[in-house]
Design a protein around this ligand. Structure first.
Ligand code: FES
Ligand SMILES: [Fe+2]
Length: 422
């Protein structure tokens, strides 16, 4: 398959194939080579603060149960009963000491141990070794500034190495004030008829579409900050390992234009500038994607998204609102409402985007259209490695520099390179 991957993505010449958004075989290889190997975002610590709290999500198409056990330790398991494979926990989130399977009643404690099996003495003659049939854990679990990640690959590098130089940018989103952030409200979940890579690449570096796709939303005032035209000072920055950040100029306004939010941002500006250091004088990050499918946004709304793959033409969007923990309650509420207006399933921006992503995904299904190459050449040759920004940065704020680096990483992972080769 190695040779074929090279024909699907050619970042050095600025091409990708429509096939990567449509074909079942490519999709299945993604589940194996990308989703079963990379560090994937699970949730934020504030979503499971107390012992017994749990949340269900996915790693690729594998269902995952994240728990905080009685001892306060965070765990992640396949959300699958070990008996006959029934989905163990059906709830999105909650608090439970144990999880009892709906089919035959096997019961697991929130640390994953198999605690009780109906008819263990009579039907199993006490011959079932329950110690061997606890829930299947992920291979590695770790967190960065409250963001919890896991991988199914025991040979994957430590999380900090995997993140590399994107950490400063993550700090600006999730740790710019003492105490970091918390997630407010529940997760919005919706299914869109589009391939998971389209939203991932959009958040990774598509400043190009904003002024056009979202023109109506911007004109009617939903865009907030985009009513004030950004300067040319912004950059798209690839920090390595496929992780990508979109930044505007340091003096550009990148906060949602809601009076409570504008006032709050003015109040904390000096504190944030001091905490974040010299790089704050160069750029102001406003969106980004961690390879493969975790994205973040802080301009129109403070939201993070997980683009969960559900087949080549379907994606479950999981969307959460994050706010500085130290912010006053009325400011937190203002962020929550702004997120629903703009980036919830009914949000004005969300709808513009998904209609286009659907169109892009469907094009790869036709026999002739499948042979077409797509263009990601914008700004090629007009990017430089910038030591101060710790990544390959475009000269101009609109560029497909990040798209090329995102798909370069996709090609490397898909071709089955080992972690040491990567
Ligand atoms: S499938 Fe879960 S107890 Fe049988
Ligand atoms: Fe958009």
């Amino acid at each position: 398959m190695l040779a074929e991957i090279n024909s699907l993505v050619d970042p050095d010449n600025g091409f990708i194939s429509t096939r990567i958004f449509a074909e079942q075989e490519i999709y299945e290889q993604e589940l194996e080579q990308i989703f079963a190997r990379c560090w994937l975002f699970l949730c934020h610590e504030s979503q499971i603060p107390k012992p017994g709290d749990f949340l269900t999500t996915y790693m690729g198409e594998d269902p995952i149960l994240v728990t905080r056990d009685r001892g306060g330790k965070i765990n992640a398991f396949l959300n699958i009963c070990r008996h006959r494979g029934n989905r163990l926990c059906r709830a999105d989130n909650g608090n439970a000491a144990a999880f009892i399977c709906a089919y035959h009643g096997w019961a697991y404690s929130n640390d994953g141990a198999l605690q009780a099996v109906p008819n263990l003495q009579d039907a199993y003659y006490s011959e079932l070794d329950t110690n061997k049939w606890g829930l299947v854990p992920v291979a590695q679990l770790d967190s960065y500034k409250g963001l919890i990640f896991a991988t199914f690959d025991s040979s994957a590098p430590p999380l900090l190495d995997y993140l590399g130089d994107v950490t400063w940018y993550l700090d600006f989103f999730f740790d710019r004030r003492e105490g970091g952030v918390e997630v407010v409200g529940g997760m919005h979940k919706s299914i869109i008829p589009a391939n998971w890579k389209l939203p991932s690449e959009n958040f990774c570096g598509d400043g190009y579409h904003t002024g056009w796709s979202h023109l109506s939303a911007v004109t009617t005032g939903f865009g907030g900050d985009f009513r004030s035209k950004p300067s040319g000072e912004g950059k798209v920055i690839s920090t390595g390992n496929g992780h990508c950040i979109v930044a505007l100029g340091a003096e550009d306004q990148t906060d949602p234009s809601v009076p409570e939010i504008i006032a709050y941002e003015a109040e904390i500006k000096a504190e944030v500038d001091k905490r974040m250091g010299a790089r704050m004088q160069l750029v102001k990050p406003h969106a980004g994607t961690l390879f493969p499918n975790f994205s973040m946004l802080r301009s129109i709304a403070r939201v993070f998204r997980v683009w969960q793959p559900k087949g080549p033409g379907s994606t479950e969007i999981q969307s959460g609102v994050f706010v500085d923990k130290a912010a006053p309650p009325e400011v937190k509420e203002a962020f929550r409402i702004q997120a629903i207006r703009s980036f919830g399933p009914s949000g004005s921006f969300e709808q513009d985007d998904m209609d286009n992503w659907q169109g892009c995904s469907e094009s790869g299904r036709g026999f002739i259209s499948k042979r077409q190459r797509l263009n990601i050449s914008m700004g090629m040759g007009h990017e430089n490695f910038d030591e101060k920004l710790a990544g390959w940065a475009s000269d101009y704020r609109i560029s497909e520099n990040n798209h090329r680096n995102y798909y370069r990483r996709w090609g490397q992972m898909m071709s089955g390179a080992s972690w040491s080769e990567l």
